[in-house]
Every structure is written in structure tokens, then in C-alpha cells.
Design a protein. Structure first.
Length: 401
């Protein structure tokens, strides 16, 4: 049996292969958020039960993140990336057939584990692809994740215009998304490189501890997860509440955040090449804090939208650099720590902000992500400034087990 000859990690083919995975992940991940109202109608349930489903999905994703990170280090990231894509596709294809929240949770576990494994393994592979290229690519890849989420939102919008709703909308959209993810596996197999095995042993062969800097990056991930998640989940509410506009006009808040986030991620690699990850995070988080300040104090519609656009402009620069630093520093194992902490914050953050909105109002609640963005900028001063040529620790040569 002959092994498949894989493209070199620094090749255009390897970059295209991991780019396909980023788009597929964004396409699948965005489907759940875009279809949440339709899922509620399909399952004949309330918002609380949908919240339980989303929580199950999130907890399953954390399991997938940790499995995917360790498998990526031990065996290379390609197979965990493909397994995550397959599990995610199957979960999406099963979810429309769920007749209750509890059966939906079964599909949600499969979807969540797949999403988590795909997320961490594609980032682990992307880190090594970037290491073997002359210029950074992480921001560009994360931009295409955002392109995937925007694409599935447009798909749901088009199907809605075709007068589909409730369970019919969920069935049509998730079937298209699930099949698209299965098709993406063909391109992943043909185009992708295999990442190098990453060892975690010291000079005596004992398993080394996770670097302390990885926990700092995890703290930074908590900050950006809440700040970015608030922008995506609460910008439309802020615009509607403060500017007193319609629901459709309020959605421009999310559009402002998403559009600038995608744009800056497409340009962010050039900034990293010029000034380094640490400076990019410091500047991006400070810009996001300034955007939140505008959102807190503004009331005219145009100024609110400007504030949210500035938030997206700043936050779009941060996540790719924090994840890139974690992967360079400690491979898939370090990535799993950082991504898990960010994911947990993303699960809890929107609910905490919602409680603050209920108690104090939206303007006062936005002070929390403002402070977190400012703290993120300050933490970047001690962020490990891992260069692209600082490759992960190579695996020791071993015999037997």
C-alpha cells in the first residue's frame, strides 16, 4: 500500500487546502446562528430550550477542540481536520430530522465535536503552512472563515425569499451546507499538506508542561471572545434601542462589524509582516476599545454604525494573531488550551452581557467589552512575540510505542 504524496507545507496547494477548511468551518458554524429562529419553530420550543441546545453544542465543541489539538500534534493535523469536517457535516444533515430538543442535542453533540476538532486542527495546520511561507497568512485565512459565515447568512436569506420557513428552511439550508462540507473533503484531500508531528518532551524524554505563556494567550482569548462576541450578538440591539430604528435597519450594526472585520483580515497579514503580531494585537484592541467608546456615548444612527464598524476593524486583527502565537509556541496542545478558553468565554459572554443589559441598559453594559478590549491591548505588552521562523518543538525520534 503506497502512501499519498502530499504537497509541501509552503506550497500554494497547501495554502488552498487549509483555506478550503476555513471556509467550510465558517459555512457550517454560521448555519446554526443563522437558523436559530427557524430551529425554534421546527422544534416547537422556546428560547430557553434553544439555549440548552446551543450550550450542548458549545460544550461538545470544547471536547472536540482538546481531542483535535492532541491528535494534530501526535499524528499530524490533516486527518483530524477531515474527521472534524465529516462529523460537522453529518451533524448538520441530521439536525433537520430532529423532532425534539433532546434528539436535536444528539445531532448537536456530533456537530459540536466536529466543529471543535476542525477549528483547532485547521489552525494547527495553518500555523505550519505559515511557517513555511515567506509572508504571514493567518489573517487572510480567518477572513475566509468570516466569508463562510457571511455566505451561509446569504443562503438562508435567499431560501427565506423563496418562502421557506421553520422546518422546511432548516431542512433546505442544512442539507445544502452539509453536502457542501462533504464536497470540501474532496478538495482538502487533493490540496492539503500534512503537518509535522509536534513533540512535547524535554531533554530527558519526560512530557513537558504547557508553556506559561499559553495561559496568558488564553486570558487574551477570553478578552477578545467576549469583546468580539458582544459586537456580533448585541450590535443590532444597540442600534435599535439607541437610534429607535426598525429591525431591518438595526441589522446594519452586524453588517458594519462583519464587513470591516472581513476587510481588515484580508489586509492584516501585511501589517503582521511589517510590525509583528504583538504590535498588531496592541493596535487592534485599542482601536476596538475606541469603537466601543463611540457605541457607548453615541446616539445618531450614523455615529453608532461608525462605532460598530471601528469595533470590527480592531477586533478582526486580534484572533488570528493570538491563535497564531499559540500554535507557534506550543503546537496543537497549546492551541487547544487557548481556543478552549476563548470558546468558553464565547459561551458565557453573551448571557452575562444580556443580564447586564437587562439590569443597566445597553449603553452601560457595553462598558464591559470596552474595558476588556483595553485590557487586551495592555496584555499585548507581555504577549510572547513568537516569530514565524520559531517552529514548534520537533517530535523526538522514538521506537516502539
Amino acid at each position: 500500500m503506497h502512501s499519498v504524496r502530499r504537497p509541501a507545507l509552503g506550497s500554494s496547494s497547501a495554502l488552498a487546502g487549509v483555506l478550503v477548511a476555513f471556509v467550510a468551518n465558517g459555512f457550517g458554524y454560521g448555519a446554526v446562528g443563522a437558523l436559530t429562529p427557524a430551529l425554534r419553530e421546527q422544534l416547537h420550543t422556546d428560547a430557553l430550550s434553544i439555549g440548552v441546545l446551543l450550550m450542548v453544542l458549545g460544550l461538545a465543541a470544547i471536547v472536540g477542540i482538546n481531542l483535535g489539538g492532541r491528535l494534530s500534534d501526535a499524528h499530524g493535523a490533516l486527518r483530524p481536520m477531515q474527521a472534524g469536517t465529516l462529523a460537522m457535516a453529518l451533524g448538520l444533515l441530521l439536525l433537520p430530522w430532529a423532532g425534539s430538543v433532546w434528539t436535536a442535542c444528539v445531532a448537536g453533540v456530533l456537530l459540536g465535536v466536529g466543529n471543535g476538532a476542525l477549528d483547532v486542527s485547521m489552525n494547527a495546520l495553518a500555523v505550519q503552512v505559515e511557517q513555511h511561507r515567506e509572508r504571514p497568512v493567518m489573517s487572510r485565512l480567518h477572513a475566509f472563515f468570516s466569508v463562510g459565515t457571511l455566505a451561509v447568512s446569504l443562503l438562508v436569506l435567499l431560501l427565506g425569499r423563496a418562502h421557506l420557513s421553520g422546518g422546511h428552511l432548516v431542512l433546505a439550508a442544512m442539507t445544502v451546507v452539509g453536502i457542501t462540507l462533504l464536497v470540501s473533503l474532496v478538495f482538502q484531500e487533493r490540496l492539503s499538506a500534512q503537518s509535522q508531528i509536534v513533540g512535547h518532551a524535554d531533554a530527558h524524554g519526560a512530557r513537558s508542561a504547557i508553556p506559561r505563556a499559553a495561559w496568558l494567550l488564553g486570558l487574551m482569548a477570553i478578552c477578545f471572545a467576549v469583546a468580539e462576541g458582544t459586537a456580533m450578538d448585541w450590535s443590532a440591539y444597540d442600534v435599535k434601542s439607541i437610534a429607535s430604528v426598525s429591525d431591518s435597519t438595526a441589522a446594519l450594526g452586524v453588517v458594519a462589524v462583519s464587513a470591516t472585520m472581513v476587510t481588515i483580515r484580508l489586509c492584516g497579514d501585511a501589517a503582521v509582516h511589517l510590525i509583528g503580531r504583538r504590535a498588531v494585537v496592541r493596535f487592534g484592541a485599542a482601536v476596538a476599545a475606541a469603537g466601543y467608546l463611540i457605541a457607548v456615548i453615541a446616539s445618531p444612527l450614523w455615529l453608532l454604525l461608525l462605532g460598530w464598524a471601528v469595533v470590527g476593524l480592531g477586533m478582526g486583527l486580534v484572533a488570528p494573531q493570538v491563535y497564531g502565537s499559540a500554535g507557534n509556541l506550543a503546537g496543537g496542545r497549546g492551541l487547544s488550551v487557548v481556543v478552549s478558553m476563548g470558546y468558553a468565554a464565547g459561551l458565557l459572554g453573551p448571557g452575562v452581557i444580556g443580564s447586564l443589559v437587562h439590569a443597566f441598559g445597553i449603553a452601560d453594559a457595553l462598558i464591559v467589552p470596552l474595558v476588556l478590549a483595553a485590557a487586551l491591548s495592555a496584555l499585548s505588552v507581555v504577549m510572547p512575540d513568537v516569530r514565524r521562523d520559531a517552529e514548534p518543538e520537533p517530535a523526538p525520534v522514538a521506537s516502539g510505542t
